[in-house]
Design a protein around this ligand. Structure first.
Ligand SMILES: OC[C@H]1O[C@H](O[C@H]2O[C@H](CO)[C@@H](O)[C@H](O)[C@H]2O)[C@H](O)[C@@H](O)[C@@H]1O
Length: 938
């Protein structure tokens, strides 16, 4: 695994970073102090100690190395050795900020002595390009000479120096010189030093939006048609000098930083250039770790209610905050009643659920939707009085503002990478609470989800968190583990391995929840095409028919059957896909049975390894290891019998009613690897199948399985060409488990590239899903995309997408991570591998099956055309389409063994070199930092 050292994060404590005109003088001083120290280190001549060390080291050099060393040494020390000029002003006198004026052909420079170090700052202006430097001043006969620090380009310094006019000591305030290198960026040590910009937050925000956000979506993306350049005043010059920042990525980062600064009430900031051209991999990973998880964290208690009660999916007229409390949970009920009474402005309604939560009851409260209470812990309030607080959890984001079943598992994996064990543990506690009080892990904790669950991951999730608990609390940890496993055993027996989900013939399980009526949480027109014929037949409008159907005023068995399957689809988490349409509740699916096999093995192994062979379950029965191993073995055999297809070398769903295997090829076949259910032989066959691998990662299903798309048969979001985070993560883990780490890494790289590229090009977006074939998050599909509607700066990403990024980074090598930082297209990155595949295909083309041939020829096309017009499934994007061309991936092919040079913003943003830019300066003259005492600071 790659060693990923997390960067220290300034957002962890924004006050340390942002500086304002009013209250951040202290911070400015701190930053400035650091930079002075840094400058001093840079400009001082080498001290004897390193020199001595180098000379000692030279003993080990060979002749060539010695020659190179001597050559470099002579070059560095070949500057004229004129006596150092004594500063004309007294050492302690403060002169004030430097000023700058430009007249044709000549630049006037005013200098200011810095501190008591005897150094001077000199500003030079090229043609339209401003640069600032620290110079050491020297006097040589009648002329002042300016030397760059040792180690920099002495020749350039001398060229500049020779143009430097003589002045007598008293006229040092203004030193004219001619810049002979019009249009050339003056090379100084500043080039390598990160600039800091002095920014008026509100004004810069106004200008950047007016100039760059041409489509008016409050984001700067590659779709905006602005000049893509903005001139910012530098902090070190007190705002007098300006520097252009360019390209979508830097500008959008600026917009984001401004928004964050504004959140913290800052009027002016000193912003490091490094923030604007930060390696996007570091930036995104940092944002996820330090911002997004927090942005997605919720608690259900007095303080968290307002946020969690908001439900964008609520289409009823009633938007009052409402909380449902499980039957008999009197203490919690009283707590919320008290909240409702003491915080009347909330207008909170508190309702206790009946003991029997029947489908009819759930349907009856569809017009009064509410949040479902979760676990609470005892604590004390600020006055030391005992109270309750909600156990925290993470929501997926966007309109999904509640705790979901399988989302929580993937979020947990990401949280653990980021060291947020508290949150991961909280979600398991909440799941135990749901199983205890609602009878299952809920699809999510809203009233309309009460009858259905989601794919079960509790045992693996618990074991992963358990490994992260403090080993010093062994006893408490074991108790916690026992509680969670007891809940899992209950869930296994009462939800998944019994009627109606268990198919008694095959012994396999199905997604088959109860429920009545039409799911109310879907988009308004979601079912119109289904309902319309019935509405017509009854001679009523669609809304009227919906009302009649939900009120049992009409009997339509066919429609009941349709919604039985629809609910099953939603329980499967794969809503929606042609794989499941009109049959899901009948299918013994690959997904569910892989997960249940894992439950059985996990329970057996945990009883054996942690609980000395016996664990009392929810009804007080002692469970042993053998019974669970037997269950697992029975399931494995059934999976091999009904789901495995030797000829096609893939797992398929099995229809328990028609007694036929489905033909839909789903990427969830890899879940059998994740669960450890496949034999080594089956694994080999799965891995050699490239059906699902496309440019941006793994696609949900094959194009052929999805079938033809038309106006009457629209795309479904869990079909080709869409790719989802859970599918990627499950495959990586499964492949890793079967020692296919290289394949896992390759897939991880593809997926991470997809996320990084969108992040760079689209103002930091982290969406719910992607079209992994054309690499876009702008998808034309049911529900659109979630996580894309934000202004200025993303604040939460999307739960499982965040997780997949952090988990994915833990798979790839350092070299891959660097390539990712330059947004190197997977096809370019893996060009060598591809070439081998193509060569292999050429030698056995006749024997290669159709599918494989299709993929290999696509690979060949990509290898040959390098981002040309390849077939849909594997296309890299063309020159003008945003990916892989001039507006996308930098046209640089990195060799796998290439250098580890760090990544600059320029490398990421090809427009940097090609744009014909028009610069705009934020409010000329005012962008100057005014220090604590009202004095001007550099
Ligand atoms: O509102 C429509 C549907 O939304 C959910 O499904 C999608 O989002 C979930 C949260 O990220 C995710 O778990 C699921 O896999 C997605 O398809 C919800 O789960 C559905 O029940 C709901 O009908």
């Amino acid at each position: 695994m790659t060693d990923i050292t997390p960067r220290e994060d300034v957002y962890a404590n924004p006050a340390e970073y942002y500086t304002t005109g009013n209250n951040a003088g202290k911070n400015v001083n701190r930053v400035r102090k650091n930079s002075v120290v840094r400058n001093r280190v840079l400009v001082n001549p080498p001290t004897p100690a390193p020199l001595l060390r180098t000379l000692t080291a030279m003993v080990k050099f060979n002749t060539m190395q010695r020659l190179i060393f001597i050559f470099c040494f002579l070059r560095l020390h070949s500057l004229p050795s004129a006596p150092v000029c004594v500063a004309p002003q007294p050492q302690s006198k403060r002169i004030g900020v430097a000023k700058l004026e430009q007249v044709p052909g000549q630049t006037l420079v005013q200098r200011k002595r810095r501190g008591s170090l005897g150094k001077w700052i000199t500003m030079a202006v090229g043609s339209g390009v401003v640069s600032v430097t620290n110079w050491r001043t020297r006097s040589k006969r009648n002329c002042h000479e300016v030397h760059q620090r040792r180690g920099d380009n002495g020749q350039r310094s001398r060229r500049l120096a020779s143009c430097y006019k003589d002045n007598n000591a008293d006229s040092w305030e203004e030193v004219p010189f001619w810049d002979m290198r019009q249009g050339v960026l003056i090379e100084t040590d500043e080039k390598n030093k990160a600039r800091r910009f002095l920014i008026d937050v509100e004004e810069t925000q106004r200008i950047i939006l007016a100039q760059e956000d041409t489509d008016g979506d409050f984001q700067i993306t590659i779709n905006d048609l602005g000049p893509k350049t903005l001139t910012l005043p530098t902090a070190d010059s007190g705002g007098y000098l300006k520097y252009d920042i360019r390209g979508t990525y830097m500008l959008s980062n600026l917009l984001q930083e401004l928004a964050l600064a504004s959140d913290y009430g800052r009027k002016h900031i000193v912003l490091d250039e490094a923030r604007l051209n930060e390696n996007p991999v570091d930036r995104l990973s940092r944002m996820i770790r330090h911002q997004f998880w927090n942005g997605l964290t919720r608690r259900i208690d007095a303080n968290g209610l307002e946020i969690i009660c908001a439900d964008p999916k609520n289409r009823t007229a009633d938007h009052n905050p409402r909380i449902y409390i499980p039957h008999g949970e009197q203490e919690i009920y009283d707590y919320y009643r008290n909240v409702a009474e003491t915080r009347r402005h909330l207008r909170l309604e508190v309702e206790m659920l009946p003991e029997d939560i029947s489908p009819a009851y759930v349907r009856s409260i569809n017009d009064r939707p509410g949040i479902l209470a979760l676990d609470m812990r005892r604590t004390v309030d600020k006055d030391g009085r005992p109270t309750l607080e909600g156990v925290p959890f993470v929501v997926p984001g966007g309109r999904f503002n509640e705790m979901y079943g399988w989302d929580s598992y993937f979020e947990t994996l990401g949280l653990l990478v980021d060291g947020r064990v508290d949150l991961a543990l909280g979600m398991i506690d909440n799941f135990c609470y749901e199983i205890k009080h609602y009878g299952k892990i809920l699809n999510a904790n809203r009233s309309y989800y009460l009858t259905r669950s989601q794919p079960p991951f509790l045992t693996d999730m618990t074991l992963k968190v358990y490994k992260h608990l403090n080993p010093q609390n062994e006893q408490a940890n074991k108790l916690w583990l026992a509680k969670a496993f007891r809940a899992a055993i209950k869930e296994y027996h009462t939800v998944w391995a019994c009627s109606p989900r268990l198919d008694p013939i095959t012994g396999l399980s199905r997604f088959r929840p109860s429920g009545l009526g039409i799911p109310p949480e879907t988009e308004v027109s979601h079912f119109d095409h289904i309902i319309e014929p019935y509405a017509c037949a009854h001679g009523v409008s669609i809304p009227e028919f919906v009302r009649m159907f939900n009120a049992d005023e009409v009997a339509e068995p066919e429609l009941d059957e349709y919604f039985l399957h629809d609910r099953a689809v939603r329980e499967s988490g794969h809503d929606t896909t042609y794989r499941y349409e009109r049959r899901c509740a009948n299918l013994a699916t690959v997904d569910l049975n892989a997960l249940l096999y894992k439950y059985e093995i996990d329970i057996a192994e945990t009883i054996r390894d942690v609980f000395d062979g016996a664990l009392e379950d929810h009804v007080g029965r002692v469970n042993g290891v053998e019974e669970w191993l037997e269950r697992a073995e029975r399931r494995r055999k059934a999976i091999d019998t009904y789901l495995w297809n030797e000829e096609k070398a893939l797992y398929f769903d099995y229809d328990t009613i028609t007694k036929e295997q489905s033909t839909y090829e789903s990427v969830t076949a890899f879940w059998m690897l994740w669960a450890g259910c496949a034999s080594q032989g089956q694994a080999e066959k799965l891995v050699s199948l490239h059906k699902f691998e496309v440019l941006g990662g793994l696609v949900s299903g094959t194009e052929q399985s999805r079938g033809i798309i038309s106006l009457d048969r629209p795309n479904r979001q869990w079909d080709f060409p869409f790719g989802w985070a859970p599918h990627q993560i499950m495959a990586w883990h499964g492949l890793d488990r079967y020692n296919y780490i290289d394949v896992a890494r390759r897939l991880a790289y593809r997926w991470l590239f997809t996320i990084t590229k969108s992040f760079v090009d689209f103002n930091g977006v982290v969406p719910e899903k992607f079209d992994v074939v054309t690499l876009t998050h702008k998808v034309q599909v049911e529900y659109g995309n979630v996580g894309v509607d934000f202004k200025f700066v993303p604040r939460e990403g999307f739960g499982w997408m965040n997780a997949s990024y952090q988990v994915g980074l833990s798979y790839i090598t350092l070299h891959m991570r660097r390539a990712l930082g330059t947004c190197t297209s997977p096809d370019l990155f893996f060009a060598k591998t591809m070439a081998k595949v193509v060569a292999a295909a050429a030698s056995d083309a006749v024997a290669v099956p159709h599918d494989r041939q299709r993929r290999l020829s696509a690979a060949a096309a990509i290898a040959i055309t390098q981002n040309g017009n390849a077939p849909a499934a594997t296309t890299t994007i063309g020159v003008n389409s945003g990916i892989g061309g001039s507006t996308g991936v930098p046209p640089l092919v990195r060799d796998e063994e290439s250098s580890d040079e760090s990544i600059s913003g320029a490398a990421l943003v090809p427009e940097f070199v090609s744009l014909d830019s028009t610069s705009t300066t934020p409010k000329e003259g005012i962008a100057r930092y005014v220090g604590r005492n009202g004095e001007h600071e550099e």
